[in-house]
Write a protein that binds this ligand. Structure first.
Ligand SMILES: Nc1nc2c(ncn2[C@@H]2O[C@H](COP(=O)(O)OP(=O)(O)OP(=O)(O)O)[C@@H](O)[C@H]2O)c(=O)[nH]1
Ligand SMILES: [Mg+2]
Length: 216
């Protein structure tokens, strides 16, 4: 075995399951994180979709995140328990402009609790308020979000799949929490720099598109 092979430790694999009502932006979050893209057009997820993304956490720890993107219509269906089973992390996603999508998270969380009733280890649960680019249309108060987190020991996240704001940070923090790794200020800032460059790239793409439209 060569030196470089000896140094490589095998990737840790984490299963993260993304739950919440239809149109809250679960697929958009997963594609923003895994593929750095965003589509305005809504395409309902039927059943389940998968995304894989490898990230590096402090200490040169390679982690492969398996993101299970569950369709909002699966609640009440036979397959949902199976999708949730074995998850190390659960993202409960709502749309900050849609109060009903926040209220319905209670039902989603009840399914998570039921699936893990007899399990010794419990998944880490993250409450994710999406669409913060639509802050002016917010109907779910931040207080309400924080209270739900405190009552249930959820980690708290606000993101925008559209602009990419805090999306990488959200997944990175969840992975680090699951693995018991503390991210220091510099590492958190680093992930914000990555997002800024991502936003910069998106802006360039938009500008290119505008120019193309103008000249076409
Ligand atoms: N403004 C804004 N729109 C978003 C954001 N995220 C998603 N959307 C839009 O919301 C709509 C629904 O997004 P999806 O990601 O398909 O929603 P979903 O939760 O996967 O829905 P289901 O597959 O039915 O469960 C799409 O039109 C997206 O473009 C966001 O951060 N900001
Ligand atoms: Mg979807």
């Amino acid at each position: 075995m060569s030196d470089s092979e000896e140094e490589e430790s095998p990737d840790r694999q984490l299963k993260l399951v993304v739950l919440g009502d239809g149109t809250t932006g679960k697929t958009s979050l997963a594609t923003r994180f895994a593929q750095e893209t965003f589509g305005k057009q809504y395409k309902q997820t039927i059943g389940l979709d998968f995304f894989l993304k490898r990230i590096v956490l402090p200490g040169n720890l390679n982690v492969t995140l398996q993101v299970w993107d569950v369709g909002g219509q699966t609640i009440g269906g036979k397959m949902l328990d199976k999708y949730i089973y074995g998850a190390q992390g659960i993202l409960l996603v709502y749309d900050i402009t849609n109060g009903q999508s926040f209220d319905n998270l209670e039902d989603w969380y009840n399914v998570v609790k039921k699936v893990n009733e007899e399990s010794e280890t419990q998944p880490l649960v993250a409450l994710v308020g999406n669409k913060i680019d639509l802050e002016h249309m917010r109907t779910v108060k931040v207080d309400k979000h924080q209270r739900f987190c405190q009552e249930n020991n959820f980690s708290s996240h606000f993101v925008s799949a559209k602009t990419g704001d805090s999306v990488f940070l959200c997944f990175q923090r969840i992975a680090a929490d699951i693995l018991g790794i503390k991210l220091n200020k510099a590492e958190l800032e680093q992930s914000q720099v990555q997002q800024k460059s991502l936003r910069g790239a998106t802006l360039c793409m938009q500008l290119e598109r505008e120019c193309w439209k103008a000249t076409a």
